[in-house]
Design a protein around this ligand. Structure first.
Ligand SMILES: Cc1cc2nc3c(=O)[nH]c(=O)nc-3n(C[C@H](O)[C@H](O)[C@H](O)COP(=O)(O)OP(=O)(O)OC[C@H]3O[C@@H](n4cnc5c(N)ncnc54)[C@H](O)[C@@H]3O)c2cc1C
Length: 226
């Protein structure tokens, strides 16, 4: 690991990101005029994108955690790479005599094993969540429904992309979106709708929920998964 890696140590991170980030509590100073301004909570970003309540997204796409530090699990890989490369470039300028190890250049075929960003975490998590619906009993007992309701409640509190978790919890908390857990069919359909809610928020194409079972349980009817 090189000195310029943002996760090297907390101190190093603060040092590296000091030129870009402030904790929410820290007041702006005259010397901070070159910093990226933070998008205030509950407003629109410079790109006109809606900013959900309770979190801060910088114009460079980086989302801050509750302590005001960059949250990798909440940020896209592209935005994260942009800040780490900027930090590396800056630390090389500031310490020209320091021997820096060259980060290996990675082709897609040699993708490095790194901590997940918001997208990789999301894909893996949806795989787990939809697989839970696929493995759910065709008719669930009261106890099975309670177990799953408890899991979903805990999941919506513990999911490590905290901004994602907050939105998911809010969606699930409205009476018309409460988990439907009596049967596999209705649970699978509910999860598909939950996923589509996020797809809509991110401007992605919605999934046809009539097909959730082919996608996640039986495999496609054309046999491509056999
Ligand atoms: C609970 C939760 C909340 C999230 N909130 C945010 C957020 O606020 N901001 C953010 O940037 N990212 C969020 N994510 C991550 C985001 O949903 C995606 O996982 C990520 O952007 C990667 O998207 P993708 O296009 O690779 O496919 P994904 O959306 O991860 O989907 C994976 C696969 O699931 C299938 N699929 C797609 N939609 C459905 C559906 N409706 N039903 C069944 N199957 C489907 C498709 O085959 C798709 O290839 C969240 C993830 C989770 C689990």
């Amino acid at each position: 690991m090189t000195d310029s890696h943002p996760d090297a140590t907390d101190t190093a991170q603060k040092k590296l990101f000091a030129h870009q980030f402030q904790t929410p509590a820290a007041p702006a100073t005259a010397s901070s005029s070159t910093q990226s301004p933070k998008v205030p909570v509950n407003e629109k970003s410079t790109t006109g994108e809606h900013i959900p309540p309770g979190y801060t997204k910088l114009p460079n796409g980086v989302i801050l955690d509750r302590e005001g530090k960059p949250c990798r699990l909440c940020t896209s890989a592209a935005s994260w790479r942009a800040i780490t490369q900027k930090a590396k470039a800056q630390s090389q300028t500031q310490a020209p005599n320091t021997t820096m190890k060259q980060a290996p250049t990675n082709t897609p075929a040699q993708k490095p094993e790194c901590p997940p960003d918001v997208e990789e975490l999301g894909r893996s998590t949806w795989t787990l969540l939809h697989s839970l619906t696929a493995a759910y009993p065709a008719q669930a007992t009261a106890a099975q429904q309670t177990e799953m309701r408890t899991f979903l409640g805990l999941f919506s509190r513990l999911y490590p992309c905290w901004v994602c978790a907050g939105d998911f919890r809010a969606w699930m908390g409205t009476p018309q979106n409460e988990p439907r857990l009596a049967t596999r069919q209705e649970f699978g359909d509910w999860m598909c709708q939950a996923h589509n809610e996020v797809n809509r928020k991110l401007g992605k194409k919605e999934f046809d929920c009539r097909l959730w079972e082919e996608r996640w349980r039986t495999g496609w009817k054309d046999g491509r998964c056999d």
